[in-house]
Design a binder for this molecule. Structure first.
Ligand code: UTP
Length: 289
């Protein structure tokens, strides 16, 4: 079945980016000249996704406004002859068919995905965590969809990491290597304290089959009262239905300060308007350890 829908769980508090996220959602923080959320919405659309389901919480109204039509602004831009900007604004509001679902209590990523169950109507779907911004030739969701079409199972995006960084990520354990970048997964563990099961971390892009929703319904919350997606995926992996794909691209964790900074520098370096000035600024920097 074609992957037509993408779930964007965006109900989190974004505490790692406080105070920036006190009054605006983390997803509306700017990377160069666009809010973070726009990068992943564009990634989804460029991958053939037709419907986007935002799982939102409190204080997320500015995100809805961003993808809505601003009639007054459009009129001003048109009347003042700024047609390029007008076209850009119009494109954003026509970008996607977006549905908003409210997660009333923040009971974890697994619970957030479960909130989309009625809208997913038994179809396989993509999940995108928009904190993870990925620079790549082919959008990562498109890479995962191609793999899904081959194996017809759940696909998790994987990134190789150094063992000493494993405790920041969900880490998978490999059952078998299918081919160059594709693995059948045996198990996974969230933020391991001991020796990691492998060098592969789970990144915020997934293609999931509807059976995950039934498992999530019976998955018990962990300490902190959160229903974890990883726990439900473990159950599926033990039945042999989960694959991991080492995507092609460079990932930045824009949910934390250094990741956002690194993304800003890398995106600017790829931008022909900004790159020369960036180089000049960097060469003049006075680094102090
Ligand atoms: P994070 O672990 O990054 O949490 O959630 P957070 O609240 O966004 O940020 P920090 O850690 O406090 O800084 C991973 C993803 O799951 C969503 C978040 O919005 C984020 O996209 N999420 C998490 C929900 O939608 N609902 C939840 O109950 C928890």
């Amino acid at each position: 079945m074609k992957i037509r829908k993408a779930v964007f769980p965006v109900a989190g508090y974004g505490t790692r980016m406080l105070p920036a996220t006190k009054a605006i959602p983390k997803e509306m923080i700017t990377l160069i000249d666009k809010p973070l959320i726009q990068y992943s919405v564009e990634e989804a659309i460029d991958s053939g996704i037709e419907q986007i389901i935002f799982i939102t919480g409190r204080a997320k109204k500015s995100m809805e406004d961003h993808f809505d039509m601003n009639v007054e602004l459009n009129k001003i831009l048109l009347e003042s002859g700024r047609t390029k900007l007008y076209e850009d604004m119009k494109r954003i509001s026509e970008m996607a068919d977006i549905i908003y679902v409210r997660q009333k209590e923040q009971l974890g990523l697994g619970h957030a995905i479960l909130c989309a169950k009625d809208i997913l109507k038994g179809e396989p779907f993509a999940v995108i965590l928009p904190d993870d911004i990925i620079l790549s030739k082919e959008p990562v969701i498109s890479q995962l969809i191609r793999q899904y079409e081959r194996v017809n199972g759940n696909i998790i995006s994987l990134m190789p990491i150094k063992a000493e960084h494993a405790r920041r990520y969900g880490i998978v354990s490999i059952d078998t290597r299918v081919d160059e970048r594709m693995y059948k997964l045996a198990d996974m563990v969230e933020k391991p304290k001991d020796t990691p099961l492998s060098e592969f971390a789970i990144i915020g892009r997934y293609i999931l089959t509807p059976d995950i929703l039934n498992i999530l319904e019976t998955t018990q919350p962990e300490t902190g009262n959160e229903i974890q997606l990883t726990d439900a995926l473990r159950t599926l992996a033990k039945n042999g239905h989960v694959f991991g794909y080492e995507f092609d691209g460079m990932r930045f964790d824009c949910g934390e300060k250094i990741g956002l900074l690194e993304a800003t520098i890398n995106f600017a370096a790829q931008n022909s308007e900004l790159a020369p000035e960036l180089r000049r600024i960097m060469s003049k920097l006075d680094y102090k350890d």
